[in-house]
Design a protein around this ligand. Structure first.
Ligand SMILES: Nc1ncnc2c1ncn2[C@@H]1O[C@H](COP(=O)(O)OP(=O)(O)OP(=O)(O)O)[C@@H](O)[C@H]1O
Ligand SMILES: [Mg+2]
Length: 226
């Protein structure tokens, strides 16, 4: 079953002579439970694609369907709910809230929905992300790698059916990177969580079932491994 289907997606930033076509007629489908790596050089359109798959921005043209439903038929308010409930987004530049501490950042989507907090889940995430002891630190009191792990915690807190992660190990050393990828791969394998990871790291791409390469806003290769 396809969880995500992207059809003829185009995104143009700006207008007139300064317009940039960041995505140019991209189509792809992702099956439930797949682990897909997206690779490509800087400026090729990877983050733009992730934002459009996650309901963060609206396309210039084309559609994004999650479980068959065209997400951009929704209002901005409905899209905000979609982002909190249906996807786990790890932003390239974290997007943590500076005045909230680690624990508050991780639990923000749950609290914004007025849902009960699963304390056990929170404790186990904090532990597996190596954030024990810094729960009450603000983002500016954390290293880049710690901030990245908070962003991952926030995305995983709800156990979403699909995680879209933009360079989730971009700021981590080899050991931490392996641990974080271990955590993401385990939820993919054990919980059948669909995982889409943008990466510059060949080791991370090698863990995926499928690697999609993007250049100049277009898919240039899409390979499944047996
Ligand atoms: N908000 C924006 N306004 C204008 N242009 C943008 C905007 N966001 C991205 N772009 C442009 O769109 C193109 C694709 O950018 P994008 O951020 O998707 O690349 P990327 O593949 O994620 O790069 P990187 O590996 O450096 O993160 C680039 O030319 C970039 O300059
Ligand atoms: Mg990017």
């Amino acid at each position: 079953m396809d969880i995500l289907s992207v059809e003829h997606l185009t995104k143009v930033y700006g207008s007139g002579p300064t317009a940039t076509k960041a995505l140019d007629d991209v189509s792809l489908t992702i099956r439930a439970g797949e682990f897909v790596a997206i690779v490509g050089s800087s400026g090729s359109g990877k983050s733009t694609l992730m934002h459009l798959m996650g309901g963060v921005d609206r396309p210039t043209s084309g559609t994004v369907r999650m479980n068959g439903e065209d997400i951009y038929q929704r209002s901005d308010e409905q899209l905000a709910v979609f982002r909190r409930r249906e996807v786990g987004l790890v932003y390239q530049f974290y997007n943590l809230i500076p005045v909230l501490d680690v624990q508050e950042n991780i639990t923000l989507p749950v609290r914004m929905d007025g849902r009960a907090l699963n304390e056990k889940r929170l404790r186990s995430l904090i532990k597996s992300l190596g954030l024990h002891g810094v729960e009450h630190h603000l983002p500016n009191q954390l290293s880049g790698g710690q901030q990245q792990r908070v962003a991952i915690g926030r995305a995983l807190m709800n156990s979403p059916a699909i995680v879209l992660a933009d360079e989730p190990t971009g700021n981590l050393d080899t050991k931490n990177s392996a641990e974080i990828m271990g955590l993401l791969c385990a939820s993919n394998r054990d919980l059948h969580q669909t995982l889409v990871v943008i990466t510059h790291d060949e080791d991370v791409a090698l863990m995926a079932h499928r690697v999609i390469a993007i250049e100049d806003g277009r898919i240039v290769s899409d390979e499944r491994r047996a």
